[in-house]
Each structure stands twice: as C-alpha cells, then as structure tokens.
Design a protein around this ligand. Structure first.
Ligand SMILES: [Zn+2]
Length: 107
C-alpha cells in the first residue's frame, strides 16, 4: 500500500509541476479530469473482480481405446477440444481436463 501511496504522491508532484504555469481554472480542470480517470480506473477494477469468471469448458473431439491385450493393459484416450489428451480406465471421460482444468462437457 505504501508503494501505491508513493506512486500517487509522485504523480501528484508531476501534475503540480506541469500545471504550475496554468491559472486556477485550468489547473482545476486538469485535476478534475485526473479524478474522473481515477474513478473510472477504480470502477473498472472493481467490476473486473466482481464479474463471475466463466468456467472454461472443452468437449471430447474423439476417443479411442488403447488395447494392449498381450500386456493385459488397456485404457481409453480422449482428445479434448482444449487441445489436450487425457486417459481413463473407463469409457467415460474425466469431468475435468487434468492438463488445463477445463470442465469436460458432453457435445
Ligand atoms: Zn485441457
């Protein structure tokens, strides 16, 4: 927080220096505009954190069975639309991509 305070103080210093030669009305106008900008920036920030994050989803592009019966090994492999491949012991794909965490939705 003190770092932000320091930055704000520096900016205010700059504004004061730059507007030194202006008359009172011009200075007031510049400060007013800066205040409006700050208000907008704060509102945008707050809105951004309040907005619910849309859950990333992906769907199964293709699936196939890897069957190495000779080794008594087989598993299902799913190609997901997020670009990852995941495997499963059962025919159903996992609920989430284990690579990127996207929720796997059907079609
Ligand atoms: Zn993924």
């Amino acid at each position: 927080m003190s770092e932000v305070n320091q930055k704000l103080e520096n900016i205010l210093d700059c504004i004061n220096k730059e507007t030194n030669s202006m008359d009172y009305n011009e200075r007031a106008m510049v400060l007013l505009l800066v205040m409006e900008m700050l208000k907008c920036a704060v509102e945008l920030d707050i809105l951004d954190t309040l907005r619910p994050k849309k859950e990333r989803t992906c769907k199964v592009e293709s699936s196939f069975l890897n069957d190495f019966s000779s080794n008594h090994e087989c598993w299902y492999e799913f190609e997901l639309s997020c670009g990852h491949h995941v495997t499963s012991d059962v025919m159903e794909p996992p609920n989430y991509c284990e690579e990127c965490g996207a929720k796997v939705v059907s079609a």
